[in-house]
Ligand binder design. Sequence first.
Ligand code: ARG
Length: 459
Amino acid sequence: MALWGGRFQSGSSDMFKQVNDSLPFDYVMASQDIFGSIVWSRALKKAGVLSSDEQSQIEQTLALLSDDIETGKIDVSASSEEDIHSFVEAYLTDTLGDLGRKLHTGRSRNDQVATDFRLWVRTHLKGLKQDCLNLIEALLNCAQREKETIIPGYTHLQRAQPVYFAHWCLAYVEMLKRDVSRIDDLSERLNQCPLGSGALAGTTFAVDRYEIAETLGFNGPCLNSLDAVSDRDFVLELLFVASTSMMHLSRLAEDLIFYNSGEAGFLQLGDDVTSGSSLMPQKKNPDALELMRGKCGRVFGHLQALLVTMKGLPLAYNKDMQEDKEGAIDTVNQWHICLCIGVEVLNSMSLNQARCRKAAQQGYANSTELADYLVAKNIPFRTAHDIAGKAVVAAIAQNCALEEMSLDDFKAIHEDIGDDVYACLSLEAVLNKRNQLGGTNHQCVLSALAKEVKNLDAV
Ligand code: ARG
């Protein structure tokens, strides 16, 4: 039964129920709604609205409901109530009669839904943070397994300079660390309690909002009732934090799709995260990675959708705001799935070290070294750059790598080039010269890796 029948002479149309009801998706907040309701009943007891006995009957009934939902005895999603708040109240009234009808004293679904959804987001952020940490761990394991592996580093998708594969892993670790810190920031900022703000103007009953907030695990109550019921910044932030993290996952996926391609051939993905073609027997497609990349579209869309929904809303609550749920719920699910499948992809892929190394040696990725070598011979960098460019042209003409050119050929390009140039051009030399903080020198990478392993252990 609707919570608001008194003023109406006839019921809702079926189509109205379709557009209006949120239970088909907000049933996921059942445990939050029950928790909030229990805490509200305690506040009402303190305010003298409920007797001790009444409050304990309400609390016990809600606890039973919670158990029955958890064990699957009650399937909330099958209910035809308008929303999760109506469902919980209807259950209480069905069980306790008039006493159940007392719970909503001084409360509105507006402060209720704002509270429930903050609790729901807060809970899921904890899980998502752990998902991010698991992916960081998988990247660190990968880096450890492939400590010696060298790959080409790219700019403009052209081979630029070689890097250790572990350096690539650690780049994504940095991104995920920022994602985790955004989750922490958001969890802190959203942790204020709307309950006790009423429909928009506050409540007339003497409830202790500080105590309510504390019992629900918030840092404190929201300070303005109008803002408390109409603020959905926390949902927007969730969508933004998720979008940014999904963007990182998408770039990781894109890198791996390319590394896995026949053209690069740097790695092989596991059978457990790939699929075949119904027509072409030779195919092993990187579906998991493509979906990590592809699911970004809908998540970015949810962020955009809610921004547009919110932008013109007058204070305070408007029903438009019910549209905050489906996108956010989908976002949380997709983000979780992508973080988890990312772990599986990393765990089951295997690198072809020889092929990676060969690719890192090709593409004249050591020509910066030749320029630096000439700089050491007191030639200005801009001139050295020009000379090295000419050497690349000469090597291309001979269809060989720079280090495969003869000394005579080098001398023909510049007389200052000596026999010592070859040591400079070797792959290890190229890598190990980049030994400043953040560079791809082997020791730098290994100590960065050790540091991140330690950081993760400390979380
Ligand atoms: N189902 C609603 C939502 O998700 C709950 C709040 C309804 N409030 C109201 N005044 N109709 O936003």
